[in-house]
Ligand binder design. Structure first.
Ligand code: R5P
Length: 295
């Protein structure tokens, strides 16, 4: 086994060198996958921009009805035309979202303790592959807790879902978790994102941090960036821009959309950065102008 104390020579991520084995497929690391996997990934990542705006509203699986998500039946119809993918639990999708939409589905398939329990890191696989197929999931989302007490359990969950998904050509999204006692350093995210990809995740979700370019370069599958706690809209747009500039292939954003003063305009502004090469300043101008003209 390699020395766990780590490398003794300086690393080089070649962050400015494009990924070499993509062939002519638009999703990183997916060129050698089969037709079904590629179709699902194309339902997630726009073939023109190569990027995605995922709208995450799966928070209820451990947080209950967080502010902004009290009534999914009212919120989701407003937002659905403004994002590429809905990331949600099967309960939320089946009860609150009519099936007549043409967007991707990132189905949350892991579950664990609620936020009233101090150890969130011990999860189980809560949705089996048959139900993911019935839901037409384009990917299955599993929480990954590296360095936490539940690390081995979450790696077991991730591996089980990847194995099941591989049998039916459904990609897996590894969601890098940051519990309250877990570090949010670039070293942690570099370790965790690479582990998830090496274990076979087809997409990895993580947070924006220092050295993000290196993290994205070292991860052989697309990274989508979580929004995290609500920020002022201008700051959230800056984070989105820096993420895309740093090599992320999309945002998987929840609170910074659904807790925004205007979730629809915010989702559109994020989309301008993700798909239309807007800078954060241009996206902020877009957001501000739209808010003014809505008054
Ligand atoms: C948390 O584990 C869930 O997967 C959320 O979907 C995720 O945190 C993204 O939402 P937010 O942008 O609110 O952090």
């Amino acid at each position: 086994m390699a020395d766990k104390d780590g490398d003794k020579i300086e690393k080089n991520y070649y962050a400015d060198v494009p990924f070499k084995t993509n062939g002519n497929f638009h999703v990183k690391g997916a060129a050698n996958l089969d037709w079904g996997m590629k179709k699902h990934l194309t339902n997630i990542f726009n073939p023109k921009s190569g990027n995605t705006v995922m709208f995450a509203f799966d928070h209820g699986y451990f947080m209950g009805s967080v502010s902004g998500l009290e009534r999914l039946d009212i919120l989701i119809p407003q937002l659905i035309d403004h994002v590429d993918v809905l990331m949600a639990t099967r309960g939320a999708l089946r009860t609150c979202v009519k099936p007549n939409f043409r967007k991707g589905i990132a189905l949350r398939v892991s579950a664990g303790s609620s936020m009233v329990n101090e150890d969130l890191s011990r999860e189980i696989v809560s949705v089996d592959i048959e139900d993911a197929i019935r839901m037409n999931a384009d990917c299955m989302a599993v929480q990954v807790f590296i360095g936490a007490r539940g690390q081995l359990l979450s790696i077991n969950n991730l591996s089980k879902v990847i194995n099941a998904g591989s049998g039916y050509s459904i990609p897996t999204l590894g969601v890098i978790a940051v519990g309250k006692n877990m570090e949010r350093t670039s070293q942690y995210f570099k370790l965790a994102t690479r582990i998830a990809a090496e274990l076979g995740a087809n997409i990895v979700k993580t947070y924006y941090c220092d050295d993000f370019e290196d993290i994205a370069a070292a991860c052989p599958v697309p990274i989508v960036v979580a929004g995290g706690k609500k920020l002022p809209e201008k700051d959230a747009l800056e984070m989105a821009y820096k993420s895309i500039q740093g090599g992320a292939r999309g945002l998987d954003m929840g609170r910074n959309i659904f807790q925004s003063h205007n979730p629809v305009i915010m989702a559109d502004a994020i989309g301008k950065i993700v798909h239309n090469k807007y800078t954060d300043k241009e996206a902020w101008e877009y957001y501000s102008d739209k808010i003014k003209s809505n008054k």
